[in-house]
Design a protein. Structure first.
Lengths: 505, 500
């Protein structure tokens, strides 16, 4: 065991969450030491990456010491007890600043914790801080943060994906072994793909939304981010489960994702390749890696079948009506009356003028764009043509999935059509930015679950490529079964995880 | 507002009215969170992340509120939708924490019912069937107080907001247009709201405290020239008492008739009701009406009550107030008018409880509709707020029967009880309220009165027995009212050797 301790202490930040938890459990290292090592790493690399919006060293270390005592006294026992985590700044954290990446919430400290945060605390997982994101989760690059962009650890000139770029970059740059993201149209999966990490959007209703600031309530879902499939499964198992405070949360047992990750077996499984999510618009190297991964899966004993999902071509259009509609309503509460910043309150303005000035000053351009789109789409006279039609398309997409899953176990596609693009490259072209989520959006519209897994580097730019695995609602375990089998085969090929290849910072 | 003006309206026009009534449900907790619904807490003390609309918080439906709404729907003869949804009504206003209200829009829980209401006319009672369009659930808003001006938003320098009321469950009962009521339109409106209140109370879904603003009515009125199709309607908002409902319909009918006669058209608009003057003033017109951008509330799953649940709730319905009133009216043998005034006074339950405690029907009615109503009126409160219990009445009645109290003394006892001087026994002893039944002192008092008024004594002796009142009165005065008048009268005649 002595040798093991040495290895761990020499580079605690490069270990998996499972390894750290087991070392803490066995007393080889304390949560305080592990937490301190990650805080040191944050101090060292985050000035360049800018994954975090808020870190409180003393608070995290204090919590780690509490957890150490809890573990020693046998009060805390979970598969991740003592392991640090980074939380997307969309999660309400009691007494800790929560900005959602927006200036409008500057200085707001929620008086309550999100259900996920409570579950993590009960499991002895230690928060390192809050991660950067596109403002109110609107974006695919984290460039729309009100606090400056996050950079991709693989190439600091490139985007880390979005909206959860901070969470993915924190994990990819070894600042945290685990992170929580949220995924409304791909905000966990696309950042995972472009940073060479693993991310899962659980089944809608699988993880409580209580305390997660809503972007589009019918699409939002929080999920786990990590560097390997097993860590992702461990985190998934802790945050998932029914919550009476979220009426849309599903009241049935959580699929056994840990067992599925352990089984790592795709023999006799039928894997459908979505015809509409390859080809035009997809980068050559992305498709190359994707096809190689399919060969690997076939080699592992899976049957690869091409599947057509006819209505996916309408997904992006429907999504950009439903999301702004719900967002325009969800974001109405940010008016300077009860929390966050307030502008124009000098006694000369009416309440409407103060609300308007606050929103003008506090919201960024992308947020305003979507609020206007949504307000228009819900207006009387337009509702049926826009919101109503979009809901019909949503039903058709759900049916496409149902019909596909009647003859395959999972579906696969590239997670994103391209590798990480350059910061600023698509900022002036919202449509090009929106297209980056073309493969991930249908899953949110239908409410089922999906994982993004690193499958190698695109030859032309040497940047990570992600493969998306999609399973039916409440069959999240299938993601882990396929993901861990493919990961094992790739690790065999590479001699380690892809993330080990990332340049040192 | 003269009755002539109103009669002139009816001569020329036929009114159509419609009522939208919001009533706070009497649940322990709010519509979408666990906060208390208790009235009158310090501002912003019954609040939590959900009813404050804090970012990230989510609503969860109060099952009791759904249950109350279904029971109300059943009592109003509605169909209960097997599947209904909440929607968001979007508009910016600082009393609304989320800047949208969770309400029901095109998919209400209860639809197509009716409520029969009785109006007492000179020709006797008339029953009108008011058709119900829908009953749905929604959440209340917070309460704004405007400071630095006249208490109104105009001229205010600042406003304070209290979110204790935000999220309190409301049900909204919407009628279909009510036509054919003619001159009785204001009375039908009032009778309808009264009946609705009685129904809510009988169901136990709300105690309908109007003085706490727990019932608010929007009154729609339009006029058509007799025989022509319906005119343009106005909607008078926030009419908050039974009397105001009646006045609002009446004044709006008169106002519209005057405009139409002058050749003006009626603008479709919302109007404000002034409680002091009884007049309505223009609010915003339909052209400026807000677009609420309704859409299904994505944070809540549909309300889908099972048939079993609905049947189970049907078995919990009490006797419908109108049926109960008819039954009691017959048992007590009282007139329509008496029954109506008794219901208006909110005395029905109290009288019934008093009778159950062993008091005669007549005595129970006499106390509640007489002395107690007078005191409640004086104090400007409801009968139920007086501290008198049915058992107090029974106790006092038996003391009257045994001759220990006179009616007059009994009134003094209740006056003391209501003033908080203690129980019936305590008030009697503290106020020294005992009938003077000692014959010797009564006879002495009678003799003194006769000596002071010898002419009266002569009148009585000559057979004018009604003159005895003067002597009895003097004796009552001398004994400070603590004598039994009948007894004094008996002794007087005995003394004068007269037999009645």
């Amino acid at each position: 065991m002595t040798e093991k301790i040495h290895t761990i202490e020499s580079d605690l930040v490069r270990q998996s969450a499972a390894t750290l938890a087991s070392a803490i459990r066995q007393g080889d290292v304390t949560s305080e030491q592990v937490t301190a090592a990650h805080l040191d790493r944050i101090e060292q690399v985050d000035p360049a990456v800018h994954a975090f919006l808020y870190v409180n060293r003393e608070q995290s270390l204090g919590r780690a010491r509490e957890v150490d005592r809890g573990i020693a006294e046998g009060k805390i026992s979970s598969p991740l007890a003592g392991v640090p985590i980074a939380l997307k700044d969309l999660l309400a954290t009691k007494g800790i600043p929560t900005t959602c990446g927006s200036r409008i919430l500057e200085g707001w400290r929620p008086p309550y914790n999100a259900t996920i945060v409570e579950r993590l605390e009960a499991a002895g997982v230690v928060s390192l801080g809050k991660t950067n994101m596109d403002e109110f989760a609107m974006g695919s690059s984290t460039e729309h943060s009100g606090y400056g962009p996050t950079r991709n650890p693989w190439d600091l000139e490139r985007i880390p994906g979005g909206s959860g770029g901070g969470s993915a970059a924190a994990v990819a740059s070894f600042q945290s072994p685990l992170a929580i993201g949220t995924d409304t149209g791909g905000s966990i999966r696309q950042p995972a793909a472009v940073t060479g990490t693993v991310g899962v959007k659980p089944t809608y209703g699988g993880v409580s939304r209580y305390g997660i600031v809503a972007l589009a309530s019918s699409l939002d879902q929080a999920g786990p981010c990590a560097r390997d499939v097993m860590d992702t499964a461990l985190l998934h198992s802790i945050i998932a489960g029914h919550d009476p405070r979220d009426s849309t949360s599903i009241n049935s047992p959580v699929p056994d994702v840990i067992q599925a990750a352990l089984s790592a077996d795709v023999r006799q499984m039928k894997i459908g390749v979505i015809k509409q999510l390859q080809g035009e618009g997809f980068q050559r190297g992305v498709l190359e890696r994707f096809n190689a991964a399919l060969d690997l899966l076939a080699g592992l004993g899976a049957e690869i079948i091409e599947v057509s999902c006819e209505h996916f071509q309408y997904a992006l259009g429907a999504y950009y009506l439903i999301l702004p509609s719900e967002a325009s309503s969800n974001l109405a509460r940010f008016d300077g009356m009860r929390f966050g910043i307030r502008r124009g309150d000098d006694g000369s303005n009416s309440v409407e003028q103060v609300m308007s000035a606050t929103r003008e000053a506090g919201f960024g351009a992308e947020v305003k764009r979507r609020i206007m789109l949504g307000t228009y789409a819900l207006s009387s006279g337009y509702y049926d043509a826009y919101y109503g039609q979009a809901q019909k398309i949503r039903t058709l997409i759900t049916r496409d999935f149902e019909s596909a899953f009647s003859h395959v176990d999972v579906l696969v596609s590239p997670t994103a059509p391209t590798t990480a693009f350059k910061i600023g490259e698509k900022l002036d072209d919202p449509l090009a930015m929106y297209l980056n989520d073309i493969a991930t959006i249908p899953v949110n519209l239908a409410g089922n679950c999906a994982m993004s897994l690193p499958i190698g580097l695109a030859p032309e730019d040497g940047l990570p490529v992600g493969l998306q695995i999609i399973a039916p609602a409440m069959a999240d375990d299938r993601l882990y079964r396929v993901g861990s089998a493919l990961e094992a085969a790739l690790v065999d090929q590479w001699g380690g995880l892809l993330i080990e290849e990332a340049p040192a910072l | 507002m003269t009755s002539t003006a109103f009669d002139n309206v009816i001569a020329e026009f036929e009114p159509v009215i419609g009522l939208e009534t919001h009533i706070e449900l009497g649940t322990q907790t709010k519509m979408f969170c666990g906060c208390s619904t208790e009235f009158g807490g310090d501002p912003n003390t019954h609040v939590c992340p959900v009813c404050l609309g804090l970012p990230g918080s989510m609503p969860a439906v109060n099952r009791t509120a759904v249950e109350s709404t279904i029971r109300m729907g059943l009592a109003l003869n509605c169909s209960i939708a097997p599947w209904s949804r909440f929607a968001r009504k979007n508009y910016f206003y600082p009393d609304m924490p989320k800047n949208y209200q969770i309400s029901q829009y095109d998919e209400p829980l209860c639809i197509n019912g009716f409520l029969d209401v009785t109006v007492i006319t000179e020709d006797g009672p008339r029953v009108f069937r008011v058709e119900i369009e829908r009953v749905h659930m929604e959440e209340d808003t917070g309460k704004l107080t405007h400071g630095g001006g006249a208490g109104r938003i105009h001229g205010a320098t600042h406003s304070l907001v209290d979110y204790n009321r935000a999220g309190i469950p409301l049900i909204e009962v919407v009628t279909k247009p009510i036509a054919g009521t003619g001159s009785l339109a204001p009375d039908v409106a009032k009778a309808y709201v009264t009946e609705l209140r009685e129904l809510m109370r009988a169901l136990g879904v709300s105690d309908v405290r109007m003085e706490e603003g727990s019932l608010r009515c929007d009154v729609n009125v339009s006029l058509a020239r007799t025989g022509e199709s319906w005119g343009t309607r106005t909607e008078t908002k926030n009419v908050n008492s039974l009397r105001s409902v009646e006045r609002a319909v009446r004044t709006e009918m008169i106002r519209q008739a005057e405009r139409l006669r002058d050749g003006n058209r009626i603008v479709q608009e919302t109007r404000h009701f002034n409680e002091e003057t009884g007049n309505t003033t223009s609010g915003r017109s339909k052209e400026q009406a807000e677009d609420y951008r309704y859409f299904p509330e994505p944070d809540l799953i549909p309300v889908a009550p099972s048939e079993e649940w609905i049947s189970e709730l049907r078995t919990t319905l009490p006797e419908i107030p109108s049926v109960r009133r008819a039954r009691l009216q017959q048992v007590w043998g009282i007139s329509d008018f008496d029954m109506a005034s008794l219901v208006n006074a909110g005395a029905l339950d109290l009288i019934e409880q008093t009778i159950h405690s062993g008091v005669s029907e007549q005595a129970a009615r006499k106390w509640w509709m007489g002395e107690f109503s007078r005191i409640a009126n004086e104090r400007g409160c409801d009968l139920v707020d007086l501290t008198v219990q049915p058992l107090d009445i029974r106790q006092v009645e038996s003391l009257i029967a045994s001759g220990d109290l006179t009616d007059k003394l009994a009134r003094s006892v209740f006056e003391g009880v209501i003033a908080g001087e203690g129980s019936v026994a305590e008030v009697i002893s503290r106020r020294g309220l005992k009938v003077v039944s000692d014959d010797t002192s009564l006879i002495a008092a009678i003799e003194q009165a006769l000596a002071e008024q010898p002419d009266v004594a002569e009148k009585i002796k000559s057979g004018k027995l009604q003159a005895a009142g003067a002597i009895v009165g003097a004796v009552m005065k001398a004994t400070q009212g603590q004598a039994d008048a009948a007894k004094v009268r008996g002794l007087l005649f005995e003394l004068l050797g007269i037999s009645e």
